[in-house]
Ligand binder design. Structure first.
Ligand code: NAP
Length: 242
């Protein structure tokens, strides 16, 4: 039995990643924070591949809640472990710095950066003991380039990028790879308010990407075919920042 956990698996990129991992034979643990209805839809798509789908609700920003949920999962799966972790949950709260409220700074950092710690730290030891693991962090073009109006989001994703590179060096000997995927504009709820017809003019590929395109890259990084790739930040942005 192989298990993968995708945080923020109820919608958007996370949902497509759950489906991709299911197609690769993984039982998928679908995390979400509030939208159970959408999480159930993801689970149904996962089960179409003949593998298990389990919903696991927790707020990645809440350390105690995350630990309690992961400990409960482990207690119910004696001898099993999560070999693929996709840290995908994220939000943005865009504003220019001069108007940015402390709460919007904190929320974005807590979900992306603290969330990375809260979920990865407890799941790392079993990967090291079993001598196999894949950790894939969903970052962003913002974390590489810095984007005006997204100082909080750029800082959070930039932090995860640095953490990816550092952790990769700690665990490479144990066959655990740690990589990050940095999407540009991908059609999901997160970008629903943006003017695609204007923005696509700035993208060499002249279109937004799809969640499935990002999921295919995550699938490759989760597979054994990517064994010698670690500590990398792989852009997927239609040439916007390459
Ligand atoms: P989305 O459609 O808004 O979906 C966000 C997902 O994250 C939902 O499943 C949501 O769960 C979950 N989530 C949010 N806060 C959470 C929390 N505190 N704990 C657990 N789950 C939480 O977003 P998306 O566009 O797919 O983005 C996915 C990731 O890709 C994010 O990290 C984002 O920063 C990154 N990204 C996206 C783009 C883009 O253009 N879309 C570009 C670059 C990077 P609920 O359904 O329960 O709310």
């Amino acid at each position: 039995m192989k298990y993968a956990l995708v945080t923020g698996g109820s919608r958007g990129i996370g949902k497509a990643v759950c489906v991709k991992l299911a197609s690769m034979g993984y039982n998928v643990v679908v995390n979400y924070v509030s939208n159970e209805e959408e999480a159930q839809k993801t689970a149904a798509l996962v089960r179409e591949y003949g593998v298990e789908a389990e919903l696991l609700r927790f707020n990645v920003a809440d350390y105690d809640e995350t630990i309690a949920a992961l400990e409960k999962w482990q207690a119910e799966h004696n001898g099993e472990y999560i070999e693929v972790l996709v840290n995908n949950a994220g939000i943005c709260k865009d504003n220019l710095m001069m108007w940015m409220e402390r709460e919007d700074w904190r929320k974005v950092i807590e979900i992306s950066l603290d969330g990375f710690y809260n979920v990865t730290q407890p799941l790392l030891k079993p990967m090291l003991v079993k001598k196999f693991g894949r950790i894939i962090n969903m970052v962003s073009l913002s974390g590489l380039k810095g984007i005006a109006g997204q100082v909080n989001y750029s800082a959070a994703k930039g932090g995860v990028i640095a953490a990816t590179k550092a952790l990769a060096q700690e665990v490479a000997r144990k066959n655990v790879t740690v990589n990050a995927v940095a999407p540009g504009f991908i059609k999901t709820d997160m970008v629903a308010g943006l003017d695609e017809s204007e923005l696509k003019k700035t993208i060499p590929a002249n279109r937004f990407g799809t969640a499935e395109e990002v999921a295919n890259l995550v699938g490759f990084l989760a597979s054994k075919d990517s064994s010698y790739i670690t500590g990398e930040i792989i852009s997927i942005n239609g040439g916007l920042y390459s």
